[in-house]
Ligand binder design. Structure first.
Ligand code: RRO
Length: 301
């Protein structure tokens, strides 16, 4: 199949930040390259400057999901290019680098740097980041999102995927703004803003459990939200959609394809099972084989 001009073996990719391919290579050796679980690899989000991330605790388990407050720890652009990129370039699949910035200038610098590296096949723009001036998530305001995408669009010839935030009043409007400004695809959903209270209630003032205060909810708990948002976005844009949110089985992946996604990303499930991508792809394949020919609705396969 093709996605934004990339040849992919199947529609299952990873959600940014949910699979450490470098650590997996260390753990599984060359077997990982022979049986890589995804048809493209999406990097963890990088920023211009290195970041330590949030203080611990960074994770909280809920009855059907996980809340993370990782806070973007990363080596920064230079560290990524020098240390991670040579290793990621050895993966047997196309590489999508995910970037985030708090200003349009930062995002532009990241996109230009990524554009200059032939090892990188596409850029994913994470817009779940507060603008340093307005304090609002860049991706939550369609006007601001459109202006950021329009600013960076001319800076790269690589496919530009905009990873939308689900924490917005009108996600389809944000998707439309991204499309109108030249995005080649949108991906959704990122995590839903969530709060994990401290296990000992009654403190004054009440304390959060997570070091970062609030976090993002992922896993099966958000699957129905993902389906609704992907479906609503698919009705409003013509560009392809990378759908994600609580996918644990091939059936869940098929449901997102039915909702209008072209690719499906696996995220939280990979923490339980690093081979989940392979399993889900096989389950999806078997489902398709049984039902004849479930081609995705955009005819992009
Ligand atoms: O690093 C994080 O805490 C994080 C990011 Br950048 C994101 O986009 N989504 C998320 O759930 N966590």
């Amino acid at each position: 199949m093709t996605f934004c001009g990339l040849d992919l073996a199947h529609p299952i990719v990873n959600g940014s930040g949910t699979y450490d391919a470098i650590a997996a290579r260390r753990a599984f050796g060359d077997a990982l390259l022979a049986h890589f679980p995804f048809s493209a690899f999406v990097s963890k989000t990088i920023t211009l400057q290195p970041r330590d991330g949030n203080p611990p605790p960074r994770l909280f388990e809920t009855p059907a999901g996980m809340i993370n407050s990782i806070g973007l720890p990363n080596k920064g652009l230079d560290g990524y290019l020098a240390h991670d990129l040579p290793e990621l370039a050895r993966l047997p699949v196309p590489l999508i680098t995910n970037v985030m910035g708090a200003t349009a200038d930062d995002i532009a610098a990241l996109v230009e740097a990524v554009d200059a590296r032939p090892e990188i096949d596409a850029v994913e723009l994470n817009v779940s980041c507060p603008n340093v001036k307005t304090g609002l998530d860049i991706g939550a305001d369609p006007v601001e999102l459109g202006s950021v995408v329009a600013r960076v669009r001319p800076l790269t010839v690589k496919p530009l995927i905009v990873k939308l935030t689900p924490n917005a009043s009108d996600v389809p409007a944000a998707a439309q703004a991204a499309e109108a400004a030249g995005a080649d695809a949108v991906s959704l959903i990122n995590t839903l803003r969530a709060y994990a209270p401290h296990p000992r209630p009654g403190a004054h003032p009440p304390r959060p459990w997570l070091g970062g205060g609030t976090g993002g909810l992922s896993g099966p708990a958000i699957r129905a939200v993902a389906l609704a948002q992907v479906r609503a976005v698919a009705r409003r844009v013509a560009i392809p959609i990378v759908g994600m949110g609580g996918v644990q089985t091939g059936r869940h992946a098929a449901q997102l394809l039915d909702a209008g996604a072209t690719l499906v990303a696996v995220g939280t499930e990979s923490f339980r099972d690093p081979a989940a991508g392979t399993r889900i792809q096989h389950e999806l394949h078997d489902l398709f084989a049984k039902s004849g020919d479930i081609v995705n609705r955009r005819g992009d396969v």
